[in-house]
Design a protein around this ligand. Structure first.
Ligand code: GLC
Length: 412
């Protein structure tokens, strides 16, 4: 983190957001656009000042694919936005783009590389605000008075939304399709002197850590992790591949393949065109279902496996599958706990202050037992100081945050 903040390129990039946390007094109506997974979401948010806000409307649509041309990505998004704007007339758009970006200000940022197995051509190295504005402009003749007033990563968004609601919030966490943290850093800890002051409070800036790319996990990677990485289209992101929903099911599948290849279980799971052969057929939802199957002799898992093309499984194999699923889910929560503990103690070594981590994402929200395991992880690492760090779920946090960041940028 220190090197990232000094501008010395490391696996944890520490991308500046050019905004500070909000005061909680910002007011106004904003349209938040959240693009970071296959589900593209738009939320009309009213900030009411005094640390309260209201969601007026929420809509989403699914991208047909995560690969294609630049138009396959931005044209449907632009169409979606134009329809919403026409209905509402709101002109302040906060744009969450949940990928690593080199921002030069709060209104522009170049995608440094695709992550989460996304691959649309001609977007890397381009300014994503310009691409979106062009696509909107093509639909409205000119921009029709609409423009993007702020751009931010989703972790920056969830942090900003958390801080709007509670000033103790200084970290943002996403564990969904991808995994990442953002942190509000006091000015005196920022080694880079080439950055202009942030909008909002000049004494701090929010940074997108991009810690999914942390390469310090080498020592704890298993063969399955290494194989997943070697076969992935997304370069790097080794820590994310051990944490995030895009990958956890596949880690389990690769482990099953290893055990089957050694003849130590899962006989016939891979033969005769059955389900476990193809990459990513076992999803993170399947992992969740198997890990928390309460049925007698894991019959629910047997049925689920039948749906995936693997029938006639033994109870023993199903138990082994469940054990693998539980340990892969637990490991994800424990690595996230380590990331949070490291970040909190970097900011505040003795944890003299309270820290709130605002969290969002499908794995954090939806995987049974995940939040409790994360808490146990924090307790193991921080001991009795663990209660100084609270990790709190904030529904649609990144979308709400887009509105908050747009308000900080507009200084309203
Ligand atoms: C990936 C992206 C990162 C994002 C995270 C959560 O790690 O690179 O920018 O914050 O997913 O969506």
């Amino acid at each position: 983190m220190r090197r990232g903040l000094s501008g010395d390129p490391r696996s944890i990039a520490m991308h500046p957001s050019f905004v500070s946390r909000p005061t909680g007094c910002e007011e106004g109506r904003f349209l938040a656009l959240d693009l970071g997974g296959t589900n593209v979401r738009a939320t009309l948010v009213e900030l009411r000042g005094q640390r309260s806000l209201r969601v007026l409307e929420h809509q989403s649509f699914r991208l047909a694919s995560t690969t294609g041309t630049v138009h396959d990505l931005f044209d449907p998004v632009a169409e979606f936005v134009v329809d919403l704007l026409a209905d509402d007339g709101s002109q302040n758009i906060g744009f969450i783009f949940a990928f690593p970006m080199d921002q030069t200000g709060v209104r522009s940022g170049r995608l440094t590389k695709w992550t989460k197995e996304f691959a649309f051509d001609c977007v890397e190295e381009e300014d994503v605000v310009a691409l979106l504005e062009q696509a909107i402009g093509a639909r409205t003749g000119n921009l029709g008075g609409f423009g993007i007033s702020a751009l931010a990563n989703d972790t920056v968004g969830v942090l900003a939304a958390g801080a709007y609601l509670d000033p103790r919030c200084d970290m943002g966490l996403i564990v969904g399709t991808g995994a990442n943290l953002a942190v509000a850093v006091p000015d005196k800890m920022i080694g880079r002197r080439d950055l202009p002051g942030p909008l909002g409070n000049p004494d701090e800036m929010i940074f997108n850590m991009e810690c999914g790319n942390f390469d310090g996990v080498d020592a704890i990677q298993t063969d399955a992790d290494r194989r997943l990485d070697a076969e992935s289209d997304t370069i790097g992101q080794r820590m994310e591949k051990m944490i995030a929903g895009r990958y956890l099911g596949e880690v389990v599948r690769l482990r099953v393949c290893e055990i089957a290849a050694r003849g130590e279980g899962f006989d016939d799971w891979l033969t005769g065109g059955r389900g476990f052969n193809a990459p990513y057929t076992f999803t993170t939802e399947d992992l969740s279902d198997a890990a928390f199957d309460e049925s007698e002799e894991l019959i629910a898992t047997a049925m689920q496996l039948g749906r995936l093309g693997v029938s006639d499984t033994t109870v023993g194999d199903r138990r082994l599958l469940r054990e693998i699923c539980i340990s892969v889910a637990r490991r994800s929560a424990r690595i996230v706990a380590a990331g949070i503990a490291a970040t909190a103690t970097y900011l505040d070594p003795d944890l003299d202050d309270e820290h709130i981590v605002a969290a969002d994402g499908s794995v954090f929200r939806g995987m049974p037992g995940y939040q409790a395991e994360l808490r146990r992880g924090l307790q193991d690492i921080l001991g009795e100081r663990a209660d100084r760090v609270q990790v709190c779920y904030l529904r649609d946090g990144s979308g709400l945050g887009a509105a908050v960041v747009a308000a900080v940028a507009a200084e309203v």
